[in-house]
Design a protein around this ligand. Sequence first.
Ligand SMILES: C[S@@+](CC[C@H](N)C(=O)[O-])C[C@H]1O[C@@H](n2cnc3c(N)ncnc32)[C@H](O)[C@@H]1O
Length: 372
Amino acid sequence: MTAGDEFEIFLVTAPGLEAALCAEARERGFKAPTPVKGGVTVTGGWPEVWRANLELRGASRVLARIAEFRALHLAQLDKRARKVPWGEILRRDLPFRVEASCKHSRIYHQRAAAQRVETAIREALGASVSPEAEICIKARIEDDLCTVSVDSSGETLHKRGHKEAVAKAPMRENLAALFLRLCGFDGSEPVVDPMCGSGTFVIEAAEIAAGLKPGRSRRFAFEQLAGFDAAAWRRLQEKGGSQPPPAARFFGSDRDAGAIQAARDNAARAGVAGWTEFRQQTISDLTAPEGPPGLVIVNPPYGGRIGERKRLYPLYNALGQVLRARFAGWRVGLVTNDASLAAATGLPFAPPGGPVSHGGISVMLFQAGPLS
Ligand SMILES: C[S@@+](CC[C@H](N)C(=O)[O-])C[C@H]1O[C@@H](n2cnc3c(N)ncnc32)[C@H](O)[C@@H]1O
């Protein structure tokens, strides 16, 4: 695979958010974006793989699909895996590991499949295998077809590299960005999150408004691949330059003092402290900021067992009352796992979109407004 080659790039996201990520990929000029289960495919070469990691807010991982072949048994998997031009992809001096998955296939033993591919690469290339290696090759065997990908991201992309402090039940950054997108947020209006925890929605919104690239502060696994061009990567990172600070402001509040401190620290590290404001306060003290209306986006505590859910009705109810009384003209996006809790707000929500999987919990985005 040479620098000019194009291949399929798989952008992984949370099931339920494929269409939203597809819209983002299209907006950012990626070629042939197509939503599929669990992500979006685009086509491109390594520069697009780098750019996807750097610029896409909604992806949790970017996989470069480097080979595809039929494999009916382990010996065939071994033989065909050796034919992949590993020297163009992996460095001999860095360890790698292989993860395999098998579905509806004659090869059904994932660990055995992974070991075969590991051995094939080790012997063909001379690189060593390590379970701790950052470089991960994924072999997905489905209907006897083996798709081989390189995970170009490494640590999952929701880790932007600014968040040291996390409060309870944080929203993942890539989900927060896609929920903001689904609420029609384009960076030009103010945002309020009255239960902001460590500030994920507010910081994502402020970064979007400022035109900051989500991957600007972190490193990626592709920096350790054979074809990595450090100078070209630097040019890509610097492209676009800095933009003027946004006109809108972004507000977070939470009753928990530790969460607010975490949010402020995270915003400072992200470089958005100048246009974000965080305040310790409960829902009952919440007021709309001065100026034009915008978007309230919030994920209140989730209802787990029935007893817990009952305890949360008054909180959701209070949130709804405050928003109806003090946020005329604002739109509302509420993320929760329970439709009856959303209904307890009394807000005029449209039917929610499909469920989105968030760390094992199935959540939904409820949208209302502008409130009258
Ligand atoms: C699911 S967490 C939100 C996580 C947040 N989106 C993040 O990414 O970190 C719910 C938050 O609601 C806050 N909370 C609960 N009751 C509250 C109240 N009455 N007023 C304000 N905040 C409250 C909790 O302290 C918690 O941080």
